[in-house]
Design a protein around this ligand. Sequence first.
Ligand SMILES: NC(=O)c1ccc[n+]([C@@H]2O[C@H](COP(=O)([O-])OP(=O)(O)OC[C@H]3O[C@@H](n4cnc5c(N)ncnc54)[C@H](O)[C@@H]3O)[C@@H](O)[C@H]2O)c1
Length: 281
Amino acid sequence: MRIALTGSTGKLGTVVARELRASGHEVVGMDVVGTRAPDFVQVDLTDYGQVIDAFGGVGDTHSGVDAVVHLGAIPAPGIRSDVATFHNNMTATFNVFHAAVRLGIRKIVYASSETVLGLPFDVPPPYIPVDEDYPARPESVYSLVKHLEEQLAIELVRWHPDLAITALRFSNVMVPEDYAEFPSYDADARRRKWNLWAYIDARDGAQAIERALEVAPAGFDRFIIAAADSVMTRTNAELVAEVFPDTPHARAFSDHESLLAIDKARRLLGYEPKHSWRDHV
Ligand SMILES: NC(=O)c1ccc[n+]([C@@H]2O[C@H](COP(=O)([O-])OP(=O)(O)OC[C@H]3O[C@@H](n4cnc5c(N)ncnc54)[C@H](O)[C@@H]3O)[C@@H](O)[C@H]2O)c1
């Protein structure tokens, strides 16, 4: 496939571009910042004209794409003002989805976020492990936009029954250089309780994107994408008993499995994480 990849200069995007190319896809990177390169176009996603033009073709770089992978965003609360985060992320995603639809591109995979599950869980989750089956609980403007983007996608696929939009609710994105810090998390059960001690290796994030591009049928769906394991060496039973003693258990869970359940991604996307911090430290 020829794929437009927004946010290609970012932490996740850099790895996704590399992995998709390694699998034989042609990737046209798009980002507001980045170094001049034959397979990169500088685009401000908040400018609809730039987005639709770049998806349709840029000089002789490409003449249209088969799919869009949309990662370009301010990636967390608290980096910019709430209003700047709302305007940038909401406008960018509307422009990306709308331009894709206008151009007849029928495959969109994009980064939603674990935050819609109710992070930082100052209010405990309804049950543990968490999954995709309860209504979104955004607790920040950043997360609110991720929720609104999912709602936007739901309406767009209703209008265009041949359109496939997949929301990947990524956990906290990590690269191998981040793993040296992980053993220090054990000292305080509350330090990483905000996302139930989960994470995602960027390479497995790329795998989930690739699986979604390959198998997602028309329509909208959402998936939690996390590593198979937690960031802790302390057991889940101990952590949950200490931090969320009154939260029901939806099912039994093993000592270190991700409490952001990836069962649905495994089942429907064939996603299977290959990377763990435990192999690096
Ligand atoms: N990092 C995480 O832990 C995490 C967790 C869940 C979801 N996500 C989501 O994954 C995606 C990628 O995150 P990341 O960690 O790689 O962030 P990042 O900040 O490293 O990369 C995001 C990229 O988007 C670009 N961008 C932002 N606004 C843009 C605009 N208006 N026009 C063009 N480019 C724009 C930035 O320049 C940047 O290169 C984001 O959508 C983020 O919300 C990230």
